[in-house]
Design a protein around this ligand. Structure first.
Ligand SMILES: C[S@@+](CC[C@H](N)C(=O)[O-])C[C@H]1O[C@@H](n2cnc3c(N)ncnc32)[C@H](O)[C@@H]1O
Length: 254
């Protein structure tokens, strides 16, 4: 089992995700923008955790299926939505052979779940999305922004001594966990960013590069949305944004 799955399977992690129910602003923007497409769709929600997005998407879609690689998270989702007729399954985004070709109108992979997949393996997910999606389906996902790294790695100053001490400790831990990593002039990097008590290494990507990759893979109408603002970003804004993560939407099989 991969290290990050052990982290998500842990009951403490499951309990903290269970409390989360709100959409992130870019998810809300995307929901508004594509409401007609999402309404009455057959929708696959990948990496659902305990179902934060299920609250918002399952009532709109005609059929909603939620999957996650972590059995612990899926158990949490089943607990959250017991007595409701919603399908949840354990499934790895890189191999979705449990689903037939040409099944879904919409595929979500929210809140940076894709960053657990190494850059060379992401093509497995994107190929699976093409296979299981109908013509002109919608794909939505988010990924961490490499341009945020200088902000993330900086020592955050504070006049409050306890807060300063905590910031300093975090700064040292970030340095320690990433001693051998070179973040300069790269389009894609791996980083331990401290999330879940430095529990795993994630992939961060340059958002313009991510957009180009999607276009090269044949996805159309690629749009980008910043977190936390939820604003749609044009190409110039994408080049300069230091938002921690970016949501992408695009058309599949168009
Ligand atoms: C940051 S959590 C987000 C959970 C949920 N989407 C939310 O927003 O609350 C990332 C989730 O992606 C799942 N995940 C990571 N890699 C996955 C993969 N290859 N296939 C399916 N799920 C995956 C993890 O198990 C975890 O539940």
């Amino acid at each position: 089992m991969e290290d990050f799955v052990k982290v998500y399977d842990n009951s403490q992690q499951v309990n903290s995700y269970i409390k989360e129910k709100d959409l992130q602003k870019p998810e809300q923007t995307i929901l508004n923008k594509y409401f007609e497409k999402i309404k009455n769709s057959v929708l696959l929600d990948v990496g659902i955790g305990t179902g934060r997005t299920t609250y918002h998407l399952s009532g709109i879609a005609k059929k909603y299926v939620g999957v996650d690689i972590s059995q612990g998270m899926i158990n949490g989702a089943l607990e959250n939505f017991k007595n409701q007729n919603i399908e949840f399954k354990v499934c790895d985004a890189r191999n979705m052979s449990i689903f037939d070709d040409n099944t879904f109108d919409v595929v979500f992979f929210s809140f940076n779940g894709i960053d657990h997949i190494e850059i060379d393996e992401r093509i497995l997910f994107f190929d699976e999305v093409k296979r299981i999606s109908k013509k002109d389906a919608l794909l939505v996902f988010s990924t961490h922004n490499i341009q945020n790294i200088p902000k993330l790695m900086r020592l955050k100053l504070s006049s409050h001594p306890i807060i300063f001490y905590e910031n300093f400790l975090k700064f040292l831990k970030l340095k320690f966990h990433n001693l051998k990593r070179d973040f300069s002039n790269k389009k894609v990097i791996k980083i331990n960013d401290g999330v879940h008590n430095f529990g795993f290494v994630l992939t961060y990507i340059n958002p313009t590069h991510q957009k180009e990759l999607l276009e090269n893979y044949g996805f159309k109408n690629v749009c980008c949305f910043g977190y936390p603002s939820g604003n749609e970003l044009n190409s110039t804004e994408l080049l300069n944004t230091t938002d921690p993560w970016i949501y992408f939407s695009c058309s599949v099989n168009s």
